[in-house]
Write a protein of this length. Sequence first.
Length: 548
Amino acid sequence: MLRLIRANGTIFELFKILENSTPGFAAGLINALDPPTVVALIDKTIAEGRSIGTLSLALRELVERNMPEPDGRTQLTALEGHLGGEPMLRLIRANGTIFELFKILENSTPGFAAGLINALDPPTVVALIDKTIAEERSIGTLSFSLRELQKSDPISKAKLERAIGVEGFWRLVLGAGDLNDLSYLLADLTGEFRESALAPDAAPKSATWAKLACRGGFYAISRFVKDSIDNLPPETRRQFEAAMTEVLPEIAGASAWPDLSSGLAIAEQIAHAPLRAALETAAFERIDRQDIDDLGFNSFIDAANGLYHLWRRREALRPDLGRRLWSLLPERRAWPEDPLLFVGARFLLQIGRSEEISQLDAEKLLLSFSKMPPSVEVEKTLPGPLYLFSWNLFALWYARGKSISDQFAELQSKEFWTRVEDVVAKHAVRRGRNQDKLNVLALAGLLTLLLSGRTNRLTHALRGHITGISWLIKEAEDLTFIPAILALKGLWLIDPHQARFSADRRARLLAKAAEYDERGPAIDFLCDWLRDDRRHRPLAGKDRTGRK
């Protein structure tokens, strides 16, 4: 097989075969490698211009496999011994970008990553940054690589930062990123490098901040202000604020409804009052200018976001929007079956609870998002949109839909709810930020709160995979009422003692319910659930959700 790969293949084919072979076969291939073969394969890969974007996937697979005894190494370590840092860097420089460099570093052993970083020189760094910009490669996931390097080898991470340099960092961000990418990167840089990069003599001036803001959209600005504004020293912050004063109205006016919607949701969490006000003012001016007779949408998700924010902001338009609802939405056959369906459905279901929507239209909305067909891509949907969809489906059913079904669970098939459980299990084992973990927990909490017979399987899916329970409890308690309850319910599955719904915790949660401008029967249901002193979990038997 190796003779065939050397004759007709490249490093790409070698890695793909290793990734998809049995452990024994892969070990045999690795043992058969020699320096001339590796050099030949690298040379052919460069000559043919083959993509190396997926090589890191093979590295990730090989780290889980061991070479036959008595070798004692992983297959990844054995393969790296044949490749060498300098030859691999030669391949990356010829056929890759900063993206490929970071992904290979992320999925290599600490020793091999250190060798790659030590082999970096200024011309190579410049060339990789130039190619990243020229090929318009995304830099949105580079922060994950930095985070993994911090865990495995902080010294090499600092060396990598120094090799790129402050000037190279800004050239990369300004050429290939936006404010959202920058926010992720700043969070995972070392403190020393972050401070150097944001110093007034190194950071962008107002005009350059404005250009960077325009590369993204309204959401990217909101995200940066929420998570990164406190990192900026006073003069750098002044330059940033001056830029936002100039460009925010234009960006808000040009942003698609989904981008505006997600940006406004983030803006509500911003502590910096002047910038929060500037963001909201720009967005609200866009919404307030909208003439309903000129209203039109390009897609289902565009319509769902636009209708939701017009509904919230322009109360006087609600009766007219309610009457025009179905004419403003695209035909049902044009609705997506990917994760955007759940994102948009959440907004439309919220509208459906309003009294300005007729009972007939409320029931039509509920039916539109019930009995999801198997073709809907549940598995590709993140836990956050899934729990928000499911909660809003429940809230509309509980308020206005019991004539359709006397049990909430029956709005979807058993197969659908099992697929949602599988999403919990899949994401529980993934490395992620605490917010990602809280979304997984909220989805698990919702399933056990509103459906019966799910506790054991979801407990098994979570325990041993999601850790840091004490920290997650603190962060869950800082959330607003509904996500706080659902995330704590999920945490209760892992640690019923720490996450118990004690009298004090329930009192604090009940106080959060007063923060909602518009309450409804579903929030009252949660409040009643909290007030029930007999339980720290849903009662057995039939309860107010219609379960048995």
